[in-house]
Design a protein around this ligand. Structure first.
Ligand SMILES: [Zn+2]
Length: 235
């Protein structure tokens, strides 16, 4: 929590008058929802901008510039630096995780599991567990066909890895910094299970999984180790 004067800029009670001091007046400058590190949940916030003035005998005289902005929690009243807004809300985080698992499954399926019902079922089950409640094997099969057709038209029939790599990066890069290593590893392992559902990794699946690991900012040697151990463990 940031130190400072009360919300109305008045001195806190219990302090005697001083010859000179600094007084900060806060004005509202926007609002939204954030994850409050003070009371630990998704809350509304108000962004506050502070005007610092030099006071002489309690009278504000000289402008000392702006301070903040700070973010004030509507629930607990805690004040934090604007960097707390970089942290996703719990709701946003769940949505990012859900999209990540879905995208990763699609990438692996597109790389080799298209024809396999077992792989599609495994992917749909994983996606549902991650929050894509209405995800089915048929729906994934349709999406994989769309990806195939798009790569065929955009990349003139050659393997179109750049599109999938880009998609993976866009979905996973914003999520990765907010996940502990175990969380990032679990997304990769889930993708590995999809690839392994219909037999050993195909070279294209192995490549897609390497892309997933890289987009999750997992070190290459960890990715290899995890993929090998997943292949040895019967699911
Ligand atoms: Zn709070």
């Amino acid at each position: 929590m940031l130190p400072g004067s009360g919300r109305d800029g008045r001195r806190r009670p219990g302090r005697g008058p001083r010859m000179t001091g600094l007084r900060t007046t806060w004005t509202e400058a926007g609002e939204g929802e954030f994850f409050c590190p003070g009371c630990g949940g998704d809350r509304n916030y108000q962004r506050m901008r502070g005007q610092v003035r030099l006071t002489v005998l309690g009278v504000p005289l000289l402008d000392r510039g702006e301070t903040g902005p700070v973010v004030e929690c509507a629930a607990c009243g805690g004040r934090f630096g604007a960097e707390v807004l970089d942290h996703p809300t719990t709701a946003r985080f769940s949505a990012m995780l859900r999209d990540a698992v879905h995208t990763v499954a699609l990438a692996v399926l597109a790389a080799g599991g298209t024809g396999s019902r077992t792989a599609l079922e495994a992917a749909a089950e994983g996606a549902r567990a991650a929050g894509s409640d209405d995800c089915t094997a048929d729906q994934l099969a349709l999406l994989v066909r769309v990806i195939d057709e798009e790569s065929a038209s955009r990349c003139l029939g050659r393997p179109c890895e750049t599109g999938i790599a880009l998609e993976l990066h866009e979905t996973l890069a914003p999520l990765a910094p907010h996940l502990a290593p175990a969380g990032r590893e679990s997304i990769l392992l889930q993708a590995a299970r999809v690839a392994l559902a219909d037999g050993p990794y195909r070279p294209a699946e192995r490549e897609a999984l390497a892309m997933v690991g890289a987009a999750l900012t997992l070190p290459g040697e960890d990715v290899s180790r995890l993929l090998e151990s997943a292949a040895r463990t019967p699911s």
